[in-house]
Design a protein around this ligand. Structure first.
Ligand SMILES: Cc1cc2nc3c(=O)[nH]c(=O)nc-3n(C[C@H](O)[C@H](O)[C@H](O)COP(=O)(O)OP(=O)(O)OC[C@H]3O[C@@H](n4cnc5c(N)ncnc54)[C@H](O)[C@@H]3O)c2cc1C
Length: 231
């Protein structure tokens, strides 16, 4: 947004700001009537690296009574459906292909891939996620008595189209000639504009977002040291 609003901004900084494209992700949460099939199978998590969801796992038990969790498998529980081994949809080839409707083309930059998979994430109907939940649970736990039609109470799909700030990819991006990283160039103060956000740190963390917010505000605070200004 800022590069469009500030036509007089140096081209180098505009280009660096345009590199701040975030990774997309999802988490799907499923309420089931009971977890007896998990108990019978002797698992609390199922990894499915070649399927739409990379895996699913029983939620951490709720512990309302002085920290003692209710471990009754006849009671309802939440199951979390993860994307893959790591955060970010591009880690899961099957999910990426399903959301986009085709394989990710070769030779695209990381930023282009993030944009494409984001579009797919937002355009994919809920039914696609629902079908994957039902079939993956039935396939893994059907032999232990699970029946998706009977045992699933509700499904929530959370989509983060702009989830995680990403920096350089040291495998594919050319090294910076000056050593200054694109996010450092992007966050330079421009007149009365100071730039915050996790993107300004090149890392997708709450603490770096807070640090960058602090820095951006500090940049705007007039520091008047009186006589010492002239030294
Ligand atoms: C699922 C998930 C799990 C995570 N887990 C962790 C974790 O465990 N630990 C951790 O440290 N970090 C975690 N993160 C990352 C962390 O949440 C983010 O790095 C952090 O919230 C980024 O803060 P931010 O202020 O840079 O941006 P955001 O929190 O994304 O805030 C940007 C804000 O700008 C608003 N906005 C966007 N465009 C406009 C516009 N044109 N006009 C006005 N407003 C606009 C957006 O609505 C949003 O409110 C997680 C992120 C996700 C998605």
């Amino acid at each position: 947004m800022i590069p469009y609003l500030c036509p007089e901004m140096p081209e180098e900084q505009k280009a660096a700001l345009h590199k701040a494209v975030r990774a997309a992700n999802q988490t799907t949460t499923v309420l089931i009537r009971n977890w007896e099939a998990f108990k019978k199978a002797g698992v609390n998590r199922v990894d499915t690296p070649t399927r739409f969801f990379g895996g699913f796992a029983l939620g951490v038990p709720w512990a309302p009574n002085e920290g003692v969790p209710d471990m009754d498998p006849k009671k309802g529980v939440l199951v979390t459906f993860m994307t893959g081994a790591n955060s970010g949809i591009l880690n899961n080839e099957t999910m990426t292909r399903t959301l986009m409707g085709y394989d990710m083309p070769d030779k695209l930059s990381m930023q282009e891939q993030f944009r494409m998979v984001r579009m797919g994430l937002l355009q994919t109907p809920f039914a696609t996620f629902e079908r994957a939940v039902r079939s993956q649970m039935n396939d893994a736990l059907g032999p232990y008595g699970f029946d998706a039609a009977r045992d699933i109470v509700g499904i929530t799909v959370n989509r983060w189209p702009h989830g995680f700030a990403m920096a350089q990819n040291s495998l594919f991006d050319p090294p910076s000639p000056t050593g200054e990283q694109p996010y450092e160039i992007a966050r330079r103060r421009f007149g009365r504009i100071s730039i915050a956000n996790s993107d300004a740190s090149g890392q997708d963390l709450c603490n770096t977002a807070i640090d960058q917010g602090f820095r951006a505000v500090e940049e705007m605070v007039p520091h008047n040291y009186g006589y010492f200004n002239r030294i």
